[in-house]
Design a protein around this ligand. Sequence first.
Ligand code: ATP
Length: 233
Amino acid sequence: MLKLQNVHTHYGAIQALDDVSVEVNQGEIVTLIGANGAGKTTLLMTVCGSPRASSGTVTFLGEDITHCDTHTIMRRGIAISPEGRRVFPDLTVSENLKMGGFFLTARQIDEGLQHVYELFPRLKERANQRAGTMSGGEQQMLAIGRALMTRPQLLLLDEPTLGLAPLIIAQIFEIIQTIRREGVTVFLVEQNANKALQVADRGYVLETGKVVLADTGANLLVNDQVRKAYLGA
Ligand code: ATP
């Protein structure tokens, strides 16, 4: 479904991705783990076209999107819940969700809202609450809900459990699995390697911009290198 082939991404003179090849198949949950600064966010953002890959190709559903702008990529069926959630604090929950559907028709926005409220009853209860006054977990649900407004085929999640309490983390992982069961493919960046690899079909390990390991989630969980570096073994 999504394929990065030999992708390099730069910020000026800084090389953030170095010859990255990664694949996400339809219906999978694929996890990307790596230390701070490894390039995980850059990889997801490169899929979204900002920054663009300086060389290599990104294809989605067989079409080359390497040089497409972000809006075009979103319209083709990719959505992202960004690192740090980035909800609009002064807007209400429903206003934030509508922002996620900015290029949809009024009817599609209504359908999107209904769908998101079914998935997250808490957001429905809080529809008129200002996002900035919600808890961290609620804001994360809102960020995921906002990304789902366009009914994407592929959802990119950047560190959805960062800074959340264990009970809320468990809820977020439940939600990720529900989203997949509804037919959305998930590409997940996580610091919480243990939980992320448990729910993942496959995973990749990124170190200083390079993919150093690729395997099933189950195999990565018992891999010595992964256990030492990311699972605290
Ligand atoms: P974290 O887990 O801390 O979010 P990450 O694995 O997501 O880290 P990136 O944020 O992708 O890593 O950063 C990869 C490298 O690119 C880092 O060296 C970072 O300093 C650099 N970088 C990221 N964004 C920019 C930018 N806008 N301008 C310049 N350098 C950047």
